[in-house]
Write a protein that binds this ligand. Structure first.
Ligand code: PMP
Length: 351
């Protein structure tokens, strides 16, 4: 606390991100990173970009990267906005595209950053309850509101909302921005990017942190009609007009161009998820149906925090949430076969 802080900062609860441990050799299944390294072509591209040109500012428009992303999604470069991770893109959306005089709507069990951004930018958030199966109810997001946001697949449930239901939400809120946060969409969902030319209120966010194995490079983007992208650019340019540094732009282009490597890693994660779900169910866990690179599961014999702390003693880190309805659950990132085997072995001894 300091008397130099403004009232809004006083109100902020410090955000605690998922643990990034300093000790090696832990089985790290807590923050939904990829268990695989990025494409070797990404490393080559970053090494090639690490030359004397670093003395120059990067391309403020990120033109080549926006072209590559637009081409991948069948859109125009004017429909792509870049950010330092999708978290930064989300921050700009909360800052300038949601209307401050009404509540911003999001699911009651969802990405924990949404209420943080509401607090930071002086917005009120209002939650829409998930149904008894932990699914998003598309009819829950009704006007009046200042905007709508939800992850698809949702986090931390991993459950995917079909695009017909996304359209229900878009159609119910024609005067407000509806943000579909697709951080995990590549692992079994279907992107709403193909709806963009039909819905002027749709903004889709994606990241290279998960399915492209680049959490450390901090690259995310938004897709939407040009008028929404222009709004985000205005907000960003008033803050820091350089979106991504030279190394990130070079690495991100290579990551999107290496589609073969991307597909291989994604398929391994999807197979690894099936293997993990089967093993957990065999041990008596109930596992929510996940379309993401993590699963949310619960065991009748132990609450989330107790199981997580036992696993920690075995050198395995998973996530649990001190939140109503999911207190008893663990969220476990899909790792390599060896990591899942280590998890299952430890659980066998704990349970
Ligand atoms: N949205 C969701 C739902 C997430 O889980 C995350 C990662 N924790 C993000 C956005 C942000 O990812 P990044 O900033 O790495 O792109």
């Amino acid at each position: 606390m300091s008397r130099f802080w403004n009232a809004r900062v006083h109100e902020l609860k410090p955000y605690v991100p998922g643990e990034q441990p300093k000790v090696p050799n832990l089985v790290k299944l807590n923050t939904n990173e990829s268990p695989f390294g990025p494409s070797p072509k990404v490393i080559e591209a970053i090494q090639a970009a690490a030359d004397e040109s670093l003395r120059l500012y990067p391309d403020p428009e990120g033109e080549r990267l926006r072209d590559v992303i637009a081409g991948y999604h069948g859109l125009d470069a004017s429909q792509v906005f870049l950010g330092n991770g999708s978290d930064e893109v989300l921050a700009f959306i909360f800052q300038g595209l949601f209307q401050p005089d009404e509540h911003v709507l999001f699911p009651d069990i969802t990405y924990s950053f949404y209420p943080v951004y509401c607090g930071l930018y002086g917005l009120e958030g209002k939650t829409c309850p998930l149904d008894e199966d932990f699914r998003i109810d598309p009819n829950g997001f009704q006007p009046p509101n200042g905007g709508v946001i939800f992850p698809n697949p949702n986090a931390p449930t991993g459950i995917f909302l079909p695009l017909e239901s996304v359209e229900t939400i878009l159609a119910a809120n024609p005067e407000r921005v509806v943000v579909v946060d697709e951080a995990y969409v590549d692992f079994g969902g279907e992107s709403a990017s193909r709806l963009i030319n039909r819905y002027p209120n749709l903004l889709v966010t994606q990241t290279l942190s998960k399915s492209r194995s680049l959490a450390g490079l901090r690259v995310g983007f938004a897709l939407g009609q040009a008028h929404l992208i222009d709004g985000l650019s205005r907000i960003k340019n008033s803050f820091n007009s350089y979106p991504l540094d030279r190394l990130a732009q070079a690495g991100a282009i290579a990551a999107i161009e290496d589609d073969h490597y991307f597909q291989q890693c994604r398929d391994l994660v999807i197979d690894g998820r099936a293997f993990m779900v089967e093993a957990l169910e065999a041990q008596g866990f109930t596992v929510l149906p996940s379309a993401a690179n993590f699963v949310l599961c619960r065991h009748p014999a132990g609450s989330g925090d107790v199981l997580a702390s036992h696993l920690r003693d075995y050198g395995i880190i998973v996530r649990h949430f001190d939140k109503p309805r999911i207190r008893d659950f663990l969220r476990i990132t899909v790792g390599t076969r060896e990591q899942t085997n280590a998890l299952v072995k430890a659980l066998g001894e704990i349970l």
